[in-house]
Design a protein around this ligand. Structure first.
Ligand code: ARG
Length: 456
């Protein structure tokens, strides 16, 4: 079979080489961006008089036809034509005749593929930002709908201090807010046109890069042709931002898995987001949460693999760069699917109010407040810590919790204790006592929710 680059060769490639070097099996995902880029490029060639305007028109019409065929699934990509770019160019020449061969004037696949990837990733990152915002909206709704529910807060996975469930949801809101901002920031650098760099040094034709950038909606142009064709930072940024977002979801998933276990029973995930066991009839497994947690690993892997591909690559284009795609496509699919499922999984989960109430009333998460109580009565904090430590130990030894102690028992530890102590250790009062900016008191959480809404 005749190659588009076959002129210099006297022999055909080894029978496995076509398959080994081809990328069309995966880069056909770039077909729409490739055609969009070609349309802008050929319009510019016509406008600049680099090729006759009629030829530019013919080529554009040919590209429209090919686009339609691809959209209808009537286009057959062939490994023999290596990649999406050559598949489309070859089909164009078949469609409009040899004039189609003028499309590649002043262009190389090196700046072409980079342009496709920039277009593709800008679009995907905008979609990811929308999905993140949808999830943030769900978190705000969940926080508002459960504004009075108290849950245990943990450090070291040991009960620490009670918090509002809404406060916990809003913690994730702010994590996802940083993710949104990271993707918005990455967009600034993805939003940059490489086309016009040619193979690596620029082109001898009087092209108009600003015009192409405008046609394609790019707000900036690469300043250096070597950099333009060999830069994959924008993909690395997308992969690292995705890795961080997946990490956030994975932490949340871990909590959902714990909270829905029989040991915790804080929440019940909706049946729609769980699956059963083929052997144990009683099981309802939080598979979606587990799988989001698990898929975080492959996203990290793709980030590591592209960093490793890029390491030590000399300027400018090297075929190694073709390895930038499969991982990126997989991350796009994994991240979008995870975000798409995550939002309704959170939206539909139910809180077990009774269990939560019992739980926060049967622990020592109010011990800090008891110490603070003594401190307000001018006992130095270190002494108060010691007194309450002993009080807690006494409770544990006598199978009691702090509210169960009589005033007589309290007085054994300090005569500063008075009847108002029982109010202080009530979980809702413990929560509302933390009335500082960023704290878990209800007025603070309500204020945070208002701030959050303004961002959506
Ligand atoms: N399929 C190639 C890639 O994805 C396109 C660029 C090929 N350029 C080249 N000089 N072989 O990187």
């Amino acid at each position: 079979m005749m190659k588009l680059w076959g002129g210099r060769f006297t022999k055909s490639t080894h029978k496995l080489v076509d398959e080994f070097t081809a990328s069309v099996m995966f880069d056909q995902k770039l077909a729409m961006e490739d055609i969009e880029g070609s349309i802008a490029h050929v319009s510019m060639l016509g406008k600049q008089g680099i090729i006759p305007a009629e030829d530019a028109q013919t080529i554009k019409e040919g590209l429209f036809i090919i686009r339609q065929r691809i959209e209808k699934g009537e286009f057959e990509f062939s490994v023999a034509d290596e990649d999406v770019h050559m598949n489309i160019e070859k089909a164009l020449i078949e469609e409009v005749g040899s004039v189609g061969g003028k499309l590649h004037t002043g262009r190389s696949r090196n700046d072409q593929v980079a342009t496709d990837m920039h277009l593709y990733l800008c679009n995907r990152m905008r979609e990811v930002i929308e999905l993140l915002k949808g999830l943030q909206q769900v978190l705000v709704n969940k926080a508002e709908a459960n504004i009075d529910t108290v849950i245990p807060g943990y450090t070291h996975l040991q009960r620490a201090q009670p918090v509002l469930f809404a406060h916990h949801m809003m913690a994730y809101f702010w994590m996802f807010q940083r993710d949104v901002e990271r993707f918005q920031d990455a967009l600034k650098r993805a939003d940059m046109l490489p086309l016009g760099a040619g193979a690596m040094a620029g082109t001898t034709f009087p092209i108009d890069r600003e015009y192409v950038a405008e046609q394609l909606g790019f707000s900036k142009i690469y300043e250096n042709s070597l950099d333009a064709v060999s830069d994959r930072d924008y993909i690395l940024e997308f992969l690292s931002d995705s890795a961080i977002t997946m990490m956030h979801m994975s932490r949340f998933c871990e909590e959902l898995v714990l909270w829905s276990s029989t040991e915790f029973q804080f929440i019940e995930l909706d049946d729609a987001f769980c699956t059963g066991s083929s052997i144990m009839p009683q099981k309802k497994n939080p598979d979606v949460a587990e799988l989001v947690r698990g898929k975080t690993g492959r996203v990290y892997g793709h980030l590591m693999s592209l960093l490793t591909v890029m390491k030590s690559l000399p300027l400018a284009y090297n075929k190694d760069l073709q390895e930038d795609k499969e991982g990126m496509f997989d991350v796009v699919d994994t991240l979008k699917m995870s975000l798409t499922l995550f939002a309704p999984m959170i939206e539909t989960m139910k809180l077990n109010e009774d269990v939560l109430k019992r739980t926060v009333n049967q622990d020592f998460a109010n011990a800090t407040d008891l110490a603070d109580y003594l401190v307000r009565k001018q006992l130095p904090f270190r002494d108060a810590h010691e007194v309450i430590g002993k009080t807690v130990l006494y409770c544990i030894q006598n199978q009691k919790f702090l509210p169960d102690l009589t005033m007589e028992e309290y007085k054994q530890f300090s005569d500063l204790f008075e009847d108002d102590v029982y109010e202080v250790i009530n979980p809702i009062n413990v929560v509302n006592a933390r009335n500082v900016h960023g704290g878990t008191a209800k007025p603070q959480v309500l204020a945070a929710i208002e701030k959050a809404k303004a961002l959506l």
